[in-house]
Write a protein that binds this ligand. Sequence first.
Ligand SMILES: Nc1ncnc2c1ncn2[C@@H]1O[C@H](COP(=O)(O)OP(=O)(O)OP(=O)(O)O)[C@@H](O)[C@H]1O
Length: 842
Amino acid sequence: MAIKNTQEEPKTPKKLIVKTIIGILFLVMGLILFISFISHFFNGFMDQSQISELMDKNEVANNVFGKFGALLGEVFMTKGIGITAFFVPIFFILLGLKVATNWKKIKPFTTLYQSIFFIIWIPVFFGCLFPDYHVFSGVMGFEINDFLNSFIGKLGVILLLVVSLLIYCVIHFKMTYQSVQAKLEERAKLNSLKQAEKEELRLKEEQEKLRQRKELEEQEKIEKFNKEVEKQQENDLIEELNLIEEYEKDAVKSQQITPNEAFQQEFTVHQPQEEEQITETPLNITPLIIEDETLNNEVDFTPNYDTQEEKNESGTLELKVQHIDEEEEFEATSARLVKEQGEYNQRLDLPNYQFPPISLLRKYDNGNTLIDQKELESNKNRIIETLGNYGIGISQITATIGPTVTLYEIVPQAGVRISKIKNLEDDIALSLSALGIRIIAPIPGKGTIGIEVPNSNPSMVSMHSVIASQKFQNVDMELPIAFGKTITNETFVADLAKMPHLLMAGATGQGKSVGLNAIIASLIYKKHPSELKFVMVDPKKVELTLYSKIERHYLAKLPDAEEAIITDNTKVINTLNSLCIEMDDRYELLKNAFVRNIKEYNAKFKERKLNPEAGHRFLPYIVLIVDEFADLIMTAGKEVELPIARLAQLARAVGIHLIVATQRPSVNVITGTIKANFPGRVAFRVTSKIDSRTILDSPGADQLIGKGDMLYTTGNELVRLQCAFVDTPEVDKITEFIGDQRGYADAMHLPEYVGEESGSSLDVDLSDRDALFEDAARLIVMNQQGSASLLQRKLKLGYNRAGRLIDQLEAAGIVGQFEGSKARQVLIQDDASLEQLLNNLN
Ligand SMILES: Nc1ncnc2c1ncn2[C@@H]1O[C@H](COP(=O)(O)OP(=O)(O)OP(=O)(O)O)[C@@H](O)[C@H]1O
């Protein structure tokens, strides 16, 4: 019996073979026609006579396919439909491909059907344009055109052509006035979006550059600091060696004289410098013991030297130079001081100060979020339905209920593109008929997509609830801010010291002022007046006035300022510059204390390792609050921007932090420099995507629902929060409670700032020039830039001294007069003229 071969290859059906052959035939036919037509297009004129002698072998046609090709061209093109005859080979080629391959995308008959209009229109058009060239219009185009010409005239034909083309477009492309307008608008939108993206890119690049520059500067600073320390150590070593040498010399001298002479000789004790370290050196000389005990000048002791007489066995007197290791001595002294007096406690400045009780804050009834189960269910169904309408399947959906917003987390079915869901944002919002839908696709760290839907009955997040929360009460942060609650109903606390500066933006009435009050209240509930000071700038004049009651407790101001809360924009410049001086002073203190930041500095001060007589003091944090930054920038421009940028760049380590709020987050208010130095951002609702991008570097803030609904970021992910609500009466109660207690004599005084405009050349005495006068003059002439800040930077001077130097340079005719925010003009152009002028002065 024959065994069936199960491995037999499947046979190709006959039908397929036939189809393939027919397809190839059509394809070849199409190609022959196509090539013939092209050839005819160029040679048709010459081939006309050859066609009439079809059977004559001596007559040769120029067409690629000979007389046959020429005939095809003549029939289809010249005598037929002109240039539109090319539709015929195209149709055959498509047909051939379709029959042979059965590709779905190839639709020869649809193409033919769609081309009918043009098969008629084009010949007429060419007939009208080139009536003498039948190869374009064919006889058909010529005849129709001829007929129409006699019937409606040339102009009528042209009109007919144009109108028929328009009607075709309207029918075929559904081209209406509205659709064209919509397209144009879309294009304009796209362009503006591109522009915004470009702007964003530019800003990012700017930020990156600034960051790199800052890093470089910091690196340079560290290197310089290290070098200084090394140099100091070298100097100490040299001095140490000199000292030993001196003692040895003294010893040799003493050995050469009698004891009596020794007593008579005037004895001077060399007082070692700060960091001298001498090992014990016993010397066989005069009957003296000199004990050099304390060498510390950082702690509040002056050096103490005791002399004693002592005879050794052989009767000769011995000089013992005993030097106790400074570090050990220093530690011992501070330890003794701590033992005697306890650690320094800054709170003893106001020992009876009472923190405001939480009961001053109002409790709201709807503390717990209530959400209707029906609402949840219907939102869920509508999300599924909407996504389903767009062909997006969902494999799982969960809801997390927040105080004002509920987050629906979706796991889409495999293969669904995230961008597709993101693009449906508006459609989903529409179908849920809710404002403020935000789509997070994907949720960072999870593989899911989040859709935030506002609750129909949002609940208030009271300041009471966040301040009373365990999280805030037990928080271990330097400057904790309880912003409010997250979408998962957890209290959200962030550390201002780590941020280290905060930029807040939001359209008017969206919760900025409430947000600022929440920040201030959080800090006041955690920090003692001795540990924290606010500098408040309130151009709106009404928002922060309540805090004037706590001026003597929590505010800082210029020594000559009447009001601690600054409402006059012109006064802000002086305060900001004064803060810059405070920053420089603090850096100096940190440097002298060999610490890197305010936390380490204060810790060292508390351990009594820093001598108050050497200028050391406990440093409270300073928080600068500006309520309407746009207003400031509009009125004072660069003069405000520069010190703000400087503070933002450098002040973090010395405990000066900035909180800047603005209604208008446009790029000319929040410039690249400002943005780059404010990593902490809070956005309440803004009116446009562009504003949202300016503040957050991403859209989203335009989708918020207002009333304290906010987005917070420190550069990484965005967190949606409901800001805690603190009402004016509550703030009033808190400030009253504090204000009624005993405070400091006055607000904390910031360093005095002498503006560049103060002092005229008239009261400058050039005979009493600053020691750095010549250096400053050379620097100014070399840089051709007459600014005090240049001197400050390059010569490491304070504001006051640099200002005085500039005045002297003006009096000497080296720089011009004060010109507002511009740098002064430099009147000396080169070194030679300057040297001459300096010689004359001398
Ligand atoms: N966290 C919040 N919770 C509930 N309601 C809030 C919250 N924040 C603000 N609101 C409501 O919004 C109103 C306006 O808030 P706010 O005064 O803070 O706005 P603003 O952004 O400072 O406006 P403007 O810039 O005009 O001063 C408040 O009176 C309050 O009713």
